[in-house]
Design a protein around this ligand. Structure first.
Ligand SMILES: *[C@@H]1O[C@H](CO)[C@@H](O)[C@H](O)[C@H]1NC(C)=O
Ligand SMILES: *[C@@H]1O[C@H](CO)[C@@H](O)[C@H](O)[C@H]1NC(C)=O
Ligand SMILES: *[C@@H]1O[C@H](CO)[C@@H](O)[C@H](O)[C@H]1NC(C)=O
Ligand SMILES: *[C@@H]1O[C@H](CO)[C@@H](O)[C@H](O)[C@H]1NC(C)=O
Length: 419
């Protein structure tokens, strides 16, 4: 039997069972002609409405699933992801890495929960090149002088770690690890491209790379709504973090801003074995308007930089005496050599002296410990304690804004190590 007919019959029989008031009996009650699949305007509207509701629910489910996946991704992914600056912004600033062709970028990890409105921006240590030959040797190294072959992700450790056990204060923050790919920690401002002996084009405009990077960050993130920003510089990156503190703070237009400087910053650059005149000329550091006519490394000396007017706090944090400043300053070769010649002690004393001199300057907090060789960025249980406190504790306290000026130095005998 054809199902359609069967249904008609059912309908008809149910119709006969409907109660109809007597008075209406002869008023031509027409037999309902509704058939299955037939769409009256009302039915259609209902059907459309129902499918719209179902559709919306499905879309919502998919969106929340996507959100859920993104959330899982943010919570489980500990690495920074490569972001390449938009071509438009890069060309507006004429920002290209040392290799003369690759567009600069940086690594980023998004913050979660409370950390969504907090930002840690790191300028890592990077080599300064002071001759064409020197610069050419780094144009093939990813992240040094080029972004070609830059890894898609970069492991974030130490102060960039998202493990609360290791990095309680910053673990859930937004984190950006910059890539100064111009051989000058963003300090250079040479507008002309130079050709080396092999007729390869080199670009030495670090300032333009920084300007483009900041513009890209502002245009693609919520950093302008941030509650707290910490600019963190390490090694040579600490020098540029201090030199650019005001510039970066005012460009990002953020009120709560602290500069945190780690290791390698406070050495007496006047005694450096590094050929500074060549570095200045090659990168046209004098043409950097932010540094205001800086024509010798003296103006990048911590002593000078700390003197310049400042509106935000600076925390200097030197855990360990890294080999790098010793070899550049005194020309010693390795750990054994530098220790034997007494340069390690000499360096630490010089740094301590510099800090003590600047104690009067408001908003300078200094944490110094010389019990290690390596350049430490995150404080572990193995680190020496200062006045029986972990360096991380002191660091966190100084970032909370309660401490305006202080100097913390270990006792020099390194006995507190590991306690
Ligand atoms: C770099 O130099 C150009 C002029 O060549 C100048 O317009 C620009 O402001 C400078 N940028 C910085 C950051 O110094
Ligand atoms: C350290 O440098 C000194 C002086 O150049 C050298 O004699 C020595 O072999 C070096 N030691 C190591 C472990 O490289
Ligand atoms: C140092 O701190 C630890 C715990 O943080 C404590 O047990 C110890 O007694 C302290 N030592 C001194 C000398 O205050
Ligand atoms: C910045 O924010 C932190 C965390 O909320 C706070 O402790 C600190 O006092 C603030 N600093 C300033 C200068 O507002």
């Amino acid at each position: 039997m054809i199902p359609y007919l069967e249904q008609r019959r059912d309908m008809a029989s149910s119709y006969t069972m409907v109660y109809v008031p007597v008075g209406n009996r002869h008023k031509g009650f027409s037999k309902p002609t509704i058939s299955v699949g037939y769409c009256t305007p009302k039915r259609c509207l209902v059907a459309i409405a129902v499918s719209m509701v179902i559709g919306t629910v499905i879309i919502q489910l998919l969106l929340s699933f996507r959100h859920y996946l993104r959330d899982i991704h943010l919570r489980t992914d500990k690495d920074g992801e490569l972001v390449i600056i938009s071509k438009k912004i890069a060309s507006k600033h004429n920002a290209v890495c040392l290799d003369g062709s690759s567009v600069p970028g940086y690594y980023m990890k998004e913050g979660i929960d409370e950390g969504e409105q907090k930002w840690l921006i790191m300028i890592p240590h990077s080599d300064w090149c002071n001759s064409m030959e020197d610069c050419r040797s780094s144009i093939t190294s990813p992240l040094k002088g080029t972004m070609k072959k830059a890894p898609v992700t970069l492991q974030f450790t130490d102060i960039l770690s998202s493990d609360p056990a290791e990095n309680a204060y910053f673990a859930d923050w937004n984190m950006i690890r910059l890539v100064p790919c111009s051989g000058s920690s963003y300090l250079g401002n040479s507008s002309v491209s130079q050709n080396d002996d092999y007729n390869k084009e080199l670009r030495l405009n670090g300032a333009a790379v920084l300007a483009a990077t900041l513009e890209h960050i502002i245009s693609t993130t919520d950093i302008s709504k941030s509650k707290q920003v910490v600019l963190y510089g390490e090694g040579s990156g600490a020098i540029s973090a201090l030199a650019y503190t005001h510039y970066i703070k005012s460009t990002l237009f953020v009120p709560n801003f602290t500069t945190l400087l780690s290791s390698g910053l406070l050495f007496d650059t006047r005694k450096s074995h590094f050929n500074v005149d060549k570095f200045f000329q090659l990168h046209n550091i004098k043409g950097n308007t932010v540094l205001r006519n800086c024509d010798s490394l003296t103006c990048l000396n911590a002593e000078q930089l700390l003197r310049s007017p400042r509106t935000s706090p600076v925390v200097v944090y030197t855990v360990g005496v890294p080999l790098w400043p010793l070899t550049t300053m005194y020309g010693c070769q390795n750990e054994t050599d530098c220790t034997a010649k007494g340069y390690r002690e000499k360096y630490f004393k010089a740094v301590t002296g510099l800090h003590t001199q600047h104690l009067q300057i408001r908003k300078l907090i200094t944490i110094l410990s010389h019990c290690d060789w390596s350049l430490k960025t995150t404080v572990t249980k193995e680190d020496p304690r200062i006045v029986n406190r972990s360096i991380y504790e002191i660091l966190v306290e100084s970032l909370s804004g309660n401490v305006k000026t202080a100097i913390y130095i270990d006792n020099g005998d390194c006995k507190g190590k590991g306690s």
